[in-house]
Structures are given as structure tokens and as C-alpha cells.
Design a protein around this ligand. Structure first.
Ligand SMILES: Nc1ncnc2c1ncn2[C@@H]1O[C@H](COP(=O)(O)OP(=O)(O)O)[C@@H](O)[C@H]1O
Ligand SMILES: [Mg+2]
Length: 500
């Protein structure tokens, strides 16, 4: 089952107006595989799917099907069918006619002998009996055999979605593309349909390429997951690979709960984070800035004096199987999952075994912060409050006169106190030579000459957050400064936990 059916080779898509929706996407999909594209809204999942379907042409790269270039092949010539989030059934037709619709249009090659006894080939419509057979087989697949005569408007959302799937599989595609097909269903229905879809895929033996922003859905259903962010592939792997060995902090954060800290390598297999030194197994150069990821279930609870660090439990919630607790170490939170309960207010020690400390080299290309939006739509991070464009959190949205975000679906969203991930480029920060006029302030703690510019690190006063800036001007260590950042240079994304 390892023969490739589809290959994407260096696919990019730039829309008119310059949006780079997908950038250098490489992937092969094996026959019969269930592959999921996972990532936040706007990361390019749908665009990639539409290029595979042929609705959109890549601006770079090519698409191979069974080794043949199909990059410019029109959609109807590809052995591919798509199921969308909005099922788009025909409301005036019954279930049978909805499913049979495509089959009735389809013509197949038939050969027969003419009056003179010569073999001739002709394109003919499918016979009614054949269509009947195919429709009932598809309905059986989605477990709705007795629904042939029902009007689609009398069906529940889940049933309508199954009809949409039946309509897609009745054409016997080699590849089925599914774009958030369960997004419109309620949680319970979604869980049931996840298992059914996976089961159906096994029975049909067709290749599924599935799109979702729901990490749990991806982990449950997929043979392999492609994690995407900003049009770029972050990691491709089995659900286990991606959960256990995330390649960067974004993937770790997006896939399940994680403790993520800024760390520094301080010695041979020693890393400092939350102001303590831990043993680890990865070998990095000394002083390297790293992201440290610790899964909450890997934090061991011990007596305060036996821990590498100790702290007080400030919250404890029973989650059915385990307790989820938050411990404070200075200003850092440590999330712990354990079957043992620790009461709020108790002090404990913690240990983490070296191979459960995942270290990822941080390419210092931008500053990344945990922030939140306040009631006047400013974003708070690095001990400052900055003007920002909150509509970027919901592509296509706008602000109403009271400052609420209105989504393309017309939903009104209050962002007050919503946690966000904030990203600011090193070159997008203006340094001001006093600590009053800017939006966040601190002292310069490091200046490094990088060939043609200086890289400066400003440390904020209380939380000791670092602001890294590239500048052509020379500053001095210990200078008191503040910073300004243009509104359009502050990149915001909703934190993954918020989307549940
Ligand atoms: N037809 C289009 N024209 C211009 N930009 C588009 C178009 N379709 C999508 N985009 C942009 O491309 C990016 C990726 O969109 P999309 O593939 O729909 O993401 P996802 O499915 O992951 O939510 C977004 O920034 C979106 O606004
Ligand atoms: Mg989409």
C-alpha cells in the first residue's frame, strides 16, 4: 500500500493582490491513505485542496497523479471528488435524485456490433438499473438505505452530510477530498461521524485527503497529518510522531496541551527555563536560545524538597480521567496532568525526566509572545499595550461601530480577554531613546553586531520578556528605551485552545 497516488512537488499559490496562500508545499500521498491537512484558519488548507481538485492552478510547482503531470488538467478529468463543509445538496430533489444527479449526466464508452457486423464504440448514458444499483450501494455505505425517497430538507444535518458523502463516493473517485466536512455538525454528531468516515474509508479503500482545524479530529482519523501555518508545511508525520516529536513550538502548541517556555542552553545537555536548570538529552551549542516543550502528563509530582523546582498549586480541575493542575513557579505557569490530586494552595515539587524535555532550536526570525486582547481591541504583550488589527483573527471580517468583530458569516465576536499569539518581526520595531513615549519599555541587555546591522535585546522590567530588534543604529547596554510597533506589523493568531 505504499505506491504513490498523488504527489505535490513544490506547490505555491499566490493570489492576485499578492497573498501567498501556499508556499513550497511538498507531499506524496499513498494509495488508500488517510491524510489530513491541519492548521488554523487561513493557513492555506482549502487552497491546497482546491489545487488538487483542479479548481485552482498553482503559481509554482506541479501535481502528479500516478506519476503523470496533471497540474493543468481540468477538474472533471481528474479522478477526484470533493465534499465541502456546506453540503450543497439540491433542496428540491429527493435523496435518490441528489445522489444520482452526477451519474445521470455521466456517459460511458460502450462497444457493440452495428448492422454490418462491425464493432463500433459509442458514448452512452448509464442504464437506469445500473444507476439504481450504484445509488443503493452508496446509501448502504453511509447507512441510509431506506432514505431514497425522502426530501433532503427533512433530514438532520448529520444525515444531509452523509448524503453529500454518498453523492461524492457514488462516482467511485480514486481520491476523495473533504474540506471540513463535519464543521457544521454538533460535537456529539461530529464524534460519531469521525469514526464512521474512517470506517467507510477502510471499506472503500479510497484515498482520503481531509482538511480540518480540529487537532483531535486529525489525531483520531489520520494515517498521516500535515501541520500547516501561514501557507507553509510545519511537519508531516503520523499522529504519534506529531504528538511525541513536534518539530517546533507551533506544532507542539497546536497538537494538544503543552507547556512551552523560552529556554537557553547553559551547558552540556543542560537547559535553563522557568529560571531552573534541567538535564536534557539534546545536544545544542551553549547559549543557544531554544523553545522548550514539556507535556503536562510528563511532569512528575514529588515532595517539595525532592523537586528540581517547587511551587504552589493555584488551580485543580478533574477532567474525567486525570486532574489538570496549574502550579506557579515565579511568574511562569506549569500545567500538570496526574491521576493524583493536589489541592489548591498545596506546595509540591516537580521533576521532568530528561527525555521528556523536548528542545527545539529557535530560528530567531521574529518575536513571539503570549498576549491577550483588551476591551478597546489593543493587544497586551511584553508588558505593553499596542494598537493592532484584530480583524486578521477572522479572515474577511470587519469591525462594527462598537468595535465588535463581525465575521463573514455575520457572527458578532467580543474579543475582550481573548488570548492570542503575537508575532512581531525584528525589523518592525522602532526603538525610542526614552522609556515614556513608546508602548512597552525596558533596558537594553545585549547588542550584537550582525555584519550590517545590530541585533539588540531589550528586557522588560517585571516579567523579563525579551524584545529582539534589528537596527542600523548603535545603542548602549543598559540604555533605558521604549518601543513602538506599526499596527500592521503586529501579527495575531488565536491560541489553539481557544478554538475548542
Ligand atoms: N480567491 C482568493 N483570493 C485571494 N486570497 C485568497 C483567496 N482564497 C483564499 N485566499 C487567502 O489565502 C489564504 C489561505 O486561505 P485558505 O486556503 O482558505 O485557508 P484555510 O482553508 O486554511 O482556512 C488566506 O489568507 C485567504 O484569505
Ligand atoms: Mg478552509
Amino acid at each position: 500500500m505504499s505506491d504513490k497516488i498523488i504527489e505535490l512537488v513544490g506547490i505555491s499559490k499566490e493570489f492576485d493582490g499578492g497573498t501567498l496562500a501556499v508556499s513550497d508545499f511538498n507531499l506524496h500521498v499513498n494509495r488508500g491513505e488517510f491524510v489530513t491537512f491541519l492548521g488554523p484558519s487561513g493557513c492555506g488548507k482549502t487552497t491546497t485542496l482546491r489545487m488538487i481538485a483542479g479548481f485552482e492552478l498553482p503559481t509554482k510547482g506541479k501535481i502528479l497523479l500516478d506519476g503523470k503531470d496533471i497540474t493543468n488538467l481540468p477538474p472533471y478529468l481528474r479522478p477526484v471528488n470533493t465534499v465541502f463543509q456546506r453540503y450543497a445538496l439540491f433542496p428540491h430533489l429527493n435523496v435518490y435524485d441528489n445522489i444520482a444527479f452526477g451519474l445521470k449526466l455521466k456517459k460511458v464508452k460502450t462497444s457493440f456490433r452495428d448492422k454490418n457486423g462491425n464493432m463500433v464504440e459509442r458514448l452512452e448514458h448509464l442504464k437506469k438499473s445500473e444507476i439504481d444499483k450504484k445509488v443503493s450501494k452508496a446509501l448502504q455505505m453511509v447507512d441510509l438505505e431506506e432514505f431514497e425517497k425522502r426530501k433532503v430538507t427533512t433530514l438532520s444535518g448529520g444525515q444531509q452530510q452523509r448524503i453529500a458523502i454518498a453523492r461524492a463516493i457514488v462516482n467511485e473517485p480514486e481520491i476523495l477530498l473533504l474540506d471540513e466536512p463535519l464543521g457544521a455538525l454538533d460535537l456529539k454528531m461530529r464524534k460519531d461521524m469521525q469514526l464512521e468516515l474512517k470506517d467507510m474509508q477502510r471499506k472503500l479503500g479510497i484515498t482520503f485527503i481531509y482538511v480540518t482545524h480540529d487537532q483531535e479530529e486529525a489525531l483520531t482519523m489520520s494515517d498521516r497529518i500535515v501541520v500547516m501555518k501561514d501557507g507553509e508545511v510545519q511537519q508531516i508525520g503520523t499522529p504519534q510522531d506529531i504528538y511525541n516529536e513536534p518539530t517546533n513550538a507551533f506544532v507542539a502548541d497546536f497538537i494538544g496541551e503543552s507547556n512551552i517556555y523560552n529556554g537557553t542552553i547553559v551547558g552540556d545537555r543542560k537547559v535553563r527555563f522557568i529560571n531552573k536548570v534541567f538535564d536534557c538529552v539534546d545536544d545544542f551549542e551553549i547559549n543557544a536560545k531554544v523553545d522548550v516543550v514539556v507535556r503536562p502528563e510528563d511532569v512528575e509530582i514529588v515532595k517539595p524538597e525532592e523537586g528540581i523546582v517547587s511551587g504552589q498549586i493555584v488551580s485543580s480541575i478533574f477532567k474525567g480521567v486525570h486532574y489538570e493542575m496549574i502550579m506557579m513557579v515565579g511568574k511562569s505557569e506549569v500545567m500538570i496532568q496526574s491521576t493524583k490530586e493536589v489541592k489548591v494552595g498545596d506546595t509540591i515539587g516537580i521533576r521532568v525526566s530528561p527525555d521528556n524535555i523536548h528542545i527545539m532550536k529557535r530560528d530567531f526570525v521574529s518575536n513571539v509572545y503570549d498576549g491577550y486582547i483588551d476591551k478597546i481591541n489593543k493587544v497586551h504583550f511584553a508588558e505593553g499595550a499596542f494598537e493592532c488589527d484584530v480583524t486578521q483573527l477572522y479572515p474577511g471580517s470587519h469591525l462594527d461601530s462598537e468595535g465588535y468583530v463581525i465575521t463573514t458569516a455575520g457572527e458578532k465576536i467580543d474579543l475582550t480577554n481573548v488570548p492570542v499569539r503575537v508575532e512581531v518581526g525584528l525589523k518592525d520595531i522602532e526603538i525610542i531613546d526614552n522609556d515614556e513615549d513608546g508602548d512597552a519599555k525596558g533596558s537594553i541587555i545585549s547588542i550584537v553586531y550582525k555584519g550590517d546591522h545590530y541585533q539588540i535585546i531589550i528586557c522588560t522590567d517585571e516579567e523579563e520578556e525579551e524584545i529582539v530588534c534589528d537596527t542600523e543604529y548603535l545603542w548602549n547596554e543598559n540604555d533605558r528605551v521604549s518601543v513602538k510597533i506599526p499596527k500592521d506589523k503586529i501579527k495575531l493568531t488565536l491560541k489553539a485552545v481557544e478554538k475548542k
